[in-house]
Design a protein around this ligand. Structure first.
Ligand SMILES: NC(=O)c1ccc[n+]([C@@H]2O[C@H](COP(=O)([O-])OP(=O)(O)OC[C@H]3O[C@@H](n4cnc5c(N)ncnc54)[C@H](O)[C@@H]3O)[C@@H](O)[C@H]2O)c1
Length: 361
């Protein structure tokens, strides 16, 4: 298939494009290359003829329309967004424009194209919008959100994503544009921006710097390895029922403090292995240059003032996608976190270059 992906130089988009290319698809990637989207993230794709990057803003409707008309996609996976909650609190404006107006522009361009495209494309065309568990709001210690749960977003980020979901559903009900929505829990894995929780814990540890944890670290998040999320997105695109929403979750819940301890424990054991086996251990040969002999990384955990309006717990019930599309997560939290920590240790050049391009809001 020819698939138009937005936000493909970001974390999930870049991981997804690699999988789409392996499966033989052709990809047109529209990405504005904000601080969150980096050429370094997709440098291995630059020479791949099946992948083409268009550097541009999804709010620029004439650009988006041209991409549709020239590439003639058979499907769209719309990921481009401003995605960091803390930034949305400090500076919501780009969240409103990209997440809401950008989605509007994508829907309008997709609709115009879908109405006039070849019959073969018209009948099988699909627009998959990527959303988040945060649109449902916050939970207490028990229960999980299902696809029918009431929307109750609390942050500028989650409310802008909720608004975009409503637009997507409106284009289905009003114009019959063939849409699908995937609502995913927190992703982790390679190429995640250093400002996000798991990379922050890893990189602060590696740099022997305090690991900032909001409040007392009691907030609970549900985690999925990005590769499992990408498989879910492909399953929804291929076999999901039009107009439907699918929750995507591996149902691995952890408080932020427990996550920090888990990663610090992993770093301790990696360092112990390194000391026992020496640099000849192939897996650790190219290890991070500044390993610290701390004994226990968790001493770096440091509580900071809580985020305003910090949601206590997110949890998704993923039985719909499991039963209807036969999708299941395959990466356990333990092995996924170990692989992720090793990835950041081995890819210091990547995260240093990304950090250099990133301004604190
Ligand atoms: N990462 C998660 O845990 C998670 C969980 C649930 C849902 N999501 C959703 O998945 C999608 C991707 O998330 P991510 O973590 O990969 O985000 P990211 O911040 O890593 O990447 C976003 C990408 O979008 C691009 N972009 C931003 N504004 C743009 C614009 N106006 N025009 C074109 N491109 C633009 C950026 O350059 C970047 O490459 C988002 O829609 C996000 O809301 C993410």
């Amino acid at each position: 298939m020819r698939i138009l992906v937005t936000g493909g130089a970001g974390f999930i988009g870049s991981n997804l494009i690699r999988k789409l290319l392996v499966n033989g698809h052709k990809v047109l990637n529209i990405d504005k290359l904000t601080y969150a989207g980096n050429r370094a993230t997709i440098h291995d794709l630059e020479e791949t003829p099946a992948h083409q990057l268009v550097v541009g803003d999804i709010c620029d409707q004439s650009l988006v329309e041209r991409c549709f008309d020239e590439f003639k996609p058979q499907a769209v996976i719309h990921l481009a967004a401003e995605s960091h909650v803390d930034r949305s609190i400090l500076s919501p404006s780009s969240f409103i424009s990209t997440n809401i107006l950008g989605t509007y522009s994508m829907l309008q361009a997709a609709l115009a194209y879908w109405r006039k495209c070849d019959a073969a494309i018209h009948h099988s065309f699909r627009f998959l919008h990527v959303s988040t568990d945060e649109v449902y709001g916050t939970l207490g210690t028990s229960g999980s959100f299902v696809e029918e749960s009431r929307y109750d977003p609390r942050s500028p980020y989650s409310s802008s994503k909720a608004a975009s979901d409503h637009l997507v559903r409106a284009w289905w009900h009003t114009y019959r544009l063939p849409v699908l929505i995937a609502s995913s829990c927190n992703n982790y894995g390679p190429f995640q921006h250093p400002e996000k929780l798991i990379p922050t814990i890893i990189l602060r540890s590696l740099c022997n710097a305090p690991i900032p944890i909001y409040g007392r670290g009691e907030q609970i998040r549900s985690w999925i390895h990005v590769s499992d999320n990408c498989y879910a997105l492909q399953a929804i695109l291929e076999s999901g029922v039009l107009g439907e929403t699918y929750n995507v979750s591996a149902e691995s819940e952890l408080s932020n403090l427990d996550m920090a301890h888990r990663i610090c424990g992993l770093l301790d054991s990696i360092q112990r292995m390194r000391e026992l086996n020496g640099p000849q251990q192939p897996v650790l040969q190219e290890s991070f240059k500044s390993w610290k002999k701390l004994g226990t990384y968790s001493k770096l955990i440091s509580f900071v003032d809580d985020r305003p309006g910090h949601d206590f717990r997110y949890s998704l019930d993923a039985s719909k996608i499991q039963n209807a599309l036969n999708w299941k997560p395959t990466v356990s939290l333990n092995s996924g976190l170990h692989e992720t920590v090793m990835w950041y240790i081995r890819n210091q050049d990547w995260w240093e270059s990304v950090k250099m391009r990133t301004q604190t809001p």
